[in-house]
Design a protein around this ligand. Sequence first.
Ligand SMILES: [Zn+2]
Ligand SMILES: [Zn+2]
Length: 382
Amino acid sequence: MVEDARTKCSYCGEPATLKCGGCKIDVYCGTDCQKLDWASHKTTCKEISLERTIERCADTLQRAYLDFREITYDSPIAKVEVKNDRIYIYDGPISMRKNGIFADFPNHLITERSVKMAVLCFLMCNEPIALFAKLLSTLLTHLKLKIEEVSVSLQNVPRKTIVVYPNGYEHHNFPGHKHEIFCVTSVKSGKKWAIDLAGGQYGLCQPCWRWEEYEKRYVEEVITVHLLGTNETYVKACSQVEGTPSLTRPSTQDAASHLKAAFHKWVETLPAGLPKMLILDDEKFKYHQDCLLKDVNAAVRKFVDNSNYTTEARKAARYERDNPGVSSQRLQDIRNALFQRGYDSSPRSTAMSMLSNLADGGGDLNLDLEEMEIWLSAGLRG
Ligand SMILES: [Zn+2]
Ligand SMILES: [Zn+2]
């Protein structure tokens, strides 16, 4: 954030206190000077306010996701250890679970915020993309931006995260470091930003980056670029697979519907609706952001406290015992069908480019998702 120290009119140089409502950086002595300066100030002003809007959006969604994940947490954890650049998360017995699926997040084992983020985000990069694709598109719809979902492999990351199961088996988030992020491109200027909501597991805790900087520092390869909504389709499809590996998905999907409903209320019905929030002064924005997150979190918390997945958990465990490996294979099939190739090079390219145009023009995203689900089931059959 830029520290504002300007006290002189950007046009005439006289003492001034009125801040430009767009960039909130330049100051004017009055509207006359602002009008006269507009022709030369316009471009910078719009660029600054665009970037700030994207940053605030990313920050809000990251905070919302971390809170959501904490409230719906589902891994019983016995111990967390930080050794140099590595975080070891030791899974505890499933008897630590409550309501069949949820587990208290182990705040008593963690002191540092970045470690907490790593534990919350471990192998979860699809989920926030799935949760927030539609919302992100709604919030930024008036800004002429292209939003895509991008699979990247990372390198030189500050941190690695490892889960150690009770039987000693280690699950790493590396090598490979395959990661899902949003890429936001200004149609007008071509400027790009990376929105990384689950980067905490790699020590990348900042939610919004200039694309070039993110790419230069951490991206080994951009693997594929996907149409907005791909991760949502993936997570939905996974939630319908029977068996233990996907057990967490239906409960998360249920919780997600409460999160989305709470967000929706803020987008449209409250006086300080979410799109308007994004252009407020810093202090007001932070206040409203806190209120928003409090509301959203309360809705999710209420759902989690009142739900019980014990029956589903038992059923899934039985299915897994009777059909070993079947559900993991199905999840892998879904993943391959959706992620192996990006939308530019895929066999569905004609349909996809049509849908992509729709999405670019702020078209109906529901339609996109429906179409994609049809494509997905066809792909699995073939
Ligand atoms: Zn002036
Ligand atoms: Zn301005």
